[in-house]
Write a protein that binds this ligand. Structure first.
Ligand code: NIG
Ligand code: FE
Length: 413
């Protein structure tokens, strides 16, 4: 007989429903069950019950008593750059003297500094460092995440990063969606030759990444003085030709047309969108693109916040993620994105829950596997040390989980 777990005495079970991303009014629809229980078998949810009823077949299951607390689906962090060498606290004095994120990058620092450290690190070093991040993210409630490459830029290091991501997925309980982000910056060896670097990405690296099945998605940093719209389009089209689904870092700092491009190429998601205007949003709506918003990056870079309310009003599905990376967001605490979603995007608590569960799962191509608490989905649950989801959105700065269940296994804090 397989492994069975009964999570019982759930005061409130709150979850979106379904496997598709939710937009407009639907973004704010959550199912709320009182006095609920969830039965998990072999890592999957087999039954959810309410009003004190216990699922048939619970006999013989290990029991976790939630003590009347709130339970939600495991959180999904749909945008991270979690595998990297070094850190960048050395940028602090430059920032205090007024240098912007792009000033530092143009001067050969920023992402390029992390590239130097990532090239120098061994695969094992990168693996151990990243594994420790994932351990902590799991205790913070994250049961699935996306990880991008993009700190190698040369063939060898990009493949090294992607292999680390594959190994993390194989060995760590957190499930990982891998994204190839070779077009993250123009490496020193291609300085002043951005188009040639794009050729290299399209002709040499993408085919190899696809052949080795190292990524499901292809992303590009479409930004002023990084990759323009034409170059970004080339990268995403080349990825598509090799079966990599497009994602795009769009309008993080300047609005140069990335959101519009996301609609044209049929991107799964456009990410950041701090500077996106009406035209970009209209293209996203038409193209069915998920807006993956990263409020901790706005906070850390001292920028404005993406127009989340307008996006919901227009019917664009919104996901919230961390953007964990050593430059623009040195935090992997997705609970802080939840707090900022409330405070700075003015999203409703129910909309936020959808944004960090099913919509984020769809942005990772996994809406059918996780993101809601329903029979047939992975048994990924968070037991919160809170009576309701409003409390999780409202308190900030400390880890509010009580226990995290990943594939039917409990990690108690
Ligand atoms: O999403 N903008 C591009 N990529 C990251 C930052 C990466 C870095 O600074 O190391 C971002 O903000
Ligand atoms: Fe990013």
């Amino acid at each position: 007989m397989g492994e069975k777990l009964l999570v019982k005495n759930i005061g409130l079970l709150q979850t979106p429903v379904g496997s598709e991303c939710h937009c407009g009014a639907q973004q704010g629809e959550n199912q709320k069950l009182k006095n609920a229980a969830v039965l998990c078998e072999d890592g999957k949810i087999t039954a959810v019950t309410a009003d004190g009823a216990l699922p048939a077949g619970s006999e013989g299951a290990a029991v976790y008593d939630a003590g009347g607390r709130l339970v939600t689906p495991g959180l999904v962090d749909a945008h991270t750059h979690l595998v990297f060498g070094g850190w960048r606290q050395g940028e602090i004095p430059l920032k205090l003297r007024g240098a912007t994120y792009l000033d530092i990058l143009r001067a050969g620092g920023g992402i390029l500094d992390t590239v130097r450290h990532t090239r120098a690190a061994s695969e094992d070093e990168l693996f151990e460092k990243s594994r420790a991040f994932l351990d902590e993210m799991l205790t913070l409630g994250v049961t699935t995440c996306e990880i991008k490459s993009g700190y190698g830029l040369d063939l060898e290091t990009e493949l090294k990063q992607l292999r680390v991501i594959r190994r993390l997925n194989d060995e760590h309980p957190v499930d990982i969606a891998a994204t190839y982000l070779g077009a993250h910056a123009i490496p020193d060896e291609y300085k002043g030759r951005a188009d040639e670097y794009v050729d290299f990405v399209c002709q040499t690296v993408i085919p190899r990444v696809a052949e080795e099945k190292l990524a499901s998605f292809c992303d590009v940093f479409c930004e002023d003085s990084v990759f323009d719209v034409a170059q970004s389009r080339r990268v995403l089209e080349a990825g598509k030709k090799h079966g990599l689904r497009p994602k795009i870092h769009a309008d993080e700092i300047e609005e140069i047309g990335g959101a519009g491009l996301s609609g044209e190429v049929g991107a799964v998601s456009a990410e950041h969108l701090i500077a996106t205007g009406e035209r970009g949003m209209e293209a996203m709506r038409r193209g069915g693109v998920i807006a993956c918003l990263l409020p901790q990056t706005s906070f850390y870079l001292g920028k404005t916040f993406a127009p989340a309310r307008r996006m919901i009003e227009l019917g664009i599905p919104v996901a919230l993620a961390s953007d964990f990376n050593p430059g623009s967001c040195p935090s992997f605490n997705l609970q802080l994105s939840i707090n900022l979603g409330l405070l700075r995007y003015q999203m409703l608590p129910e909309e936020i829950l959808t944004a960090v569960t099913v919509n984020a799962a769809c942005a990772c191509g996994r809406g059918n596997l996780c993101g809601t608490l329903e029979a047939g989905k992975q048994a990924d649950l968070v037991v919160w040390d809170a009576p309701d989801w409003e409390m999780v959105c409202y308190r900030f700065g400390s880890n509010q989980t009580k226990a995290v269940v990943k594939n039917g296994r409990v990690t108690e804090r």
